[in-house]
Design a binder for this molecule. Structure first.
Ligand code: AMP
Length: 213
């Protein structure tokens, strides 16, 4: 199964990606997670990416494309993969198509998580992430048992710099201007499936799996 998950920030791509990757037995590849791990580790890639992530803008394609090409060359992708957060513009989608064509590994489907803007703002402004394990919670919809402490590992919960209001507005604009056109691109290739990202997490997972069968 070779899949792409697409949807605006806050649609729940990360959460659904974890379920889908486990269901299909494929690696979950999140470009955002790779950038954040590099920022945390103080690598050259992290230093380069930090200002883009903090402002909600896209890291340059040359950097992101090479990073994903390298990741797709790892052995674990032989069983397939689920891309979360990549591609994010038509140039990246074209680059990916070339890489997959060379590897003779065509995509099976692109799943769009669809959600209205008001819902996104509510979700992102309350989202908290564990500094240690990356698990997410929400100050209203999915509260941790102890304020500021991760239920999963006891790590410290924090608000991502790019979940702050001004940056969220920019991320939504970037999504609309740059990422939405890839939906049309994949629709023309007959790969697109769309489900609603509003409602219960497990119900959305069930709908996602049904849409991919
Ligand atoms: P995410 O965790 O997917 O919301 O990504 C967080 C941030 O990482 C984005 O706002 C971008 O700054 C950067 N990023 C993630 N994926 C990409 C990509 N495919 N191309 C460029 N920048 C990306």
């Amino acid at each position: 199964m070779r899949l792409i998950l697409v949807g605006p920030p806050g649609a729940g791509k990360g959460t659904q990606a974890v379920h889908l990757a486990a269901h299909f037995g494929i690696p979950h590849i999140s470009t955002g997670d790779i950038f954040r791990a590099n920022i945390k580790g103080g690598t050259d890639l992290g230093k380069l990416a930090k200002s883009y992530l903090d402002s909600g803008n896209l890291v340059p394609d040359s950097v992101t494309n090479e990073m994903i090409k390298d990741r797709l060359s790892h052995g674990d992708t032989a069983s397939g993969f689920l891309l979360d957060g990549y591609p994010r513009n038509v140039e990246q989608a074209e680059f990916l198509a070339e890489v997959l064509l060379k590897n003779l590994t065509p995509l099976d489907a692109v799943l769009e998580l669809s959600i209205p803007n008001e819902e996104i703002i509510k979700r992102l402004s309350g989202r908290r992430v564990c500094r240690n394990c990356g698990a997410t919670s929400h100050v209203i919809f999915d509260k941790s048992k102890v304020d500021g402490v991760c239920d999963n590992c006891g790590g410290e919960l924090y608000q991502r710099e790019d979940d702050k209001e001004e940056v969220v507005a920019n991320r939504l604009n970037v999504y609309k201007d740059q990422t939405e056109p890839i939906i049309d691109f994949y629709d023309k290739h007959g790969l697109l499936r769309v489900i609603s990202a509003v409602g219960d997490v497990s119900e959305i997972s069930t709908n996602a799996i049904a849409a991919l069968k």
